[in-house]
Design a protein around this ligand. Structure first.
Ligand code: TGC
Ligand code: FAD
Length: 387
């Protein structure tokens, strides 16, 4: 009998097309050869590996699902595999690509005018223009319908006041897709770095996503031309539609974190001898490893099915919620357990588990907290909104 791949127990590989496998493997090589040698030090220092942006762009990973404008036009499973491989490196790297692709390029592509697409998307695909997405506000991110940031029409311009909190890429971004309340409902605006009254301040002292930039955005009478308003969407379905794209990718990402942790801990427990035998020879240890293998396999099957549904145009937001909830929880539990199996060594960033564990504390909170996604499923089952 052929030996199973321990990180692909249900042979997901055979369900992928040749192109999907090729994309996964080339991103995987980039992560192993270029990103992983740099990431732990960036995490320790709390800096973003900006030197990787051009390579990420050259691999076609920015806006990879979009057609035209210098984008690769890949299918959804390919985008998922990209997220999986990047997050096997670090959630911060995947976050960078998620925000650029799903939260900044996608709304310009889906809700923008042709002129706006031509103006920003090619530069974003090349990594020359970096974007961020401002939805969350300091008083409560789970309830974006209660946003305070507002835009008022003034002749040919809009005047924006308010603030946004926890914004990935905020300080390195050239443009920000900002959602604001107007008299006609919630609308999206593209703000540009240097517009008077627009300021980004980096959030310090993070214990999570340390290799990623997170910022507060302030808008003090920022004057934005009508040409920078996304004309083709109004209402909360605008930002929520972007979140569905990003959350889909996030269902795949933590599979990568979990595989990185399991891989490391299988090696560690096989090599380490305690009480006269390898740690991995204990039933109590194998039970824990087996549980990890089981959970990773379930997550892989969920994301692959979700990706195929997305490519068939049948994916529903509630299905994304279920997979985001399941897969992030799966990876966080695995990272914590791996951290423990590494003993004292597990508390340093020489090993990957604690870095993934700390990162996943953000991933379980952003793009809808675990509770928000559980309540989406509760509403689906009962028809009653408990938010
Ligand atoms: P509701 O008021 O019922 O709906 C409003 C409109 O939106 C539509 N809709 C969706 N459309 C697309 N995708 C979805 N997931 C959608 N959910 C709802 C809906 O059909 C309706 O359309 P219309 O035409 O009738 O007006 O809104 P709701 O009750 O469904 O929403 C409640 C709730 C709590 C689920 C929602 O507010 C929510 O998801 N809250 C969490 C907010 C959140 O996730 N914020 C994330 C900020 S961005 C971020 O974290 C980036 S991290 C990036 C990184 O670094 O990787
Ligand atoms: P709150 O909404 O205040 O929630 C606090 C707690 O209450 C949570 O446990 C929540 O689950 C719980 N809760 C909320 N409502 C209910 C309820 N009805 N019933 C029971 N429990 C409930 N946002 C952006 O817009 N753009 C970004 O790029 C971005 N990047 C981020 C990067 C990082 C590293 C982090 C940490 C966050 C980022 N976010 C971003 C913000 C993120 O989306 C929010 O943190 C998230 O939506 C939760 O909002 P909050 O932090 O205000 O928590």
């Amino acid at each position: 009998m052929a030996k199973l791949n321990p990180y692909d127990l249900y042979d997901i590989d055979s369900q992928l097309t040749e192109e999907e496998r090729m994309i996964r493997d080339s991103v995987g090589r980039f992560v192993d050869e270029r990103a992983l040698p740099l990431i732990p030090e960036h995490f320790d220092k709390g800096t973003f590996p900006k030197e990787l942006v051009t390579e990420v762009a050259d691999l076609g990973l920015l806006g990879s699902s979009l057609e035209g404008y210098g984008c690769a036009g890949l299918n959804s499973v390919s985008y998922g595999l990209i997220c999986q491989e990047l997050e096997r490196g670090d959630s911060g790297l995947r976050s960078f690509v998620s925000v650029q692709s799903s939260l900044c390029m996608y709304p310009i592509y889906a809700y923008g005018s042709e002129e706006q697409r031509e103006r920003w998307l090619p530069g974003m695909a090349k990594g020359e223009i970096i974007g961020c997405f401002g939805l969350t506000e300091p008083h409560g991110g789970s309830d974006p319908a209660n946003m305070k940031t507002h835009a008022k029409r003034d002749g040919d311009d809009w005047v924006i006041n308010g603030s946004k909190m926890w914004i990935t890429n905020g300080n390195i971004a050239d443009i920000a897709v900002v959602w604001a309340r107007t008299e006609e409902g919630i609308m999206g605006f593209v703000l540009e770095k240097g517009m008077p009254g627009f300021e980004a301040r980096a959030i310090k002292s993070k214990m999570s996503l340390r290799a990623s930039v997170t910022s507060e955005l302030y808008f003090d009478n920022v004057r934005v031309p009508e040409a920078n308003r996304l004309p083709n969407v109004k209402g909360l379905k605008g930002p929520l539609g972007c979140l569905t794209q990003a959350r889909y990718g996030i269902t795949w990402g933590p599979i990568g974190s979990a595989i990185a942790c399991l891989n490391e801990v299988v090696d560690y427990t096989s090599d380490r001898e305690l009480f006269g035998r390898p740690l991995a020879a204990n039933q109590a240890v194998q039970l824990r490893l087996a549980e990890m293998g089981r959970q990773i396999t379930l997550a892989q099957l969920l994301s692959l099915r979700l990706g195929r549904l997305k490519d068939e145009g049948k994916m529903q937001p509630a299905q994304v919620s279920l997979a985001k909830w399941n897969n992030v929880r799966m990876a966080l539990d695995i990272a914590r357990d791996c951290r423990d199996l590494l003993g004292g060594s597990g508390i340093t960033t020489e090993y990957h588990a604690i870095r993934h564990m700390l990162n996943l504390e953000s991933v379980i909170t952003y793009e809808g907290t675990e509770t928000v996604h559980q309540l989406v499923i509760g509403r689906e089952l009962t028809g009653i909104s408990a938010f």
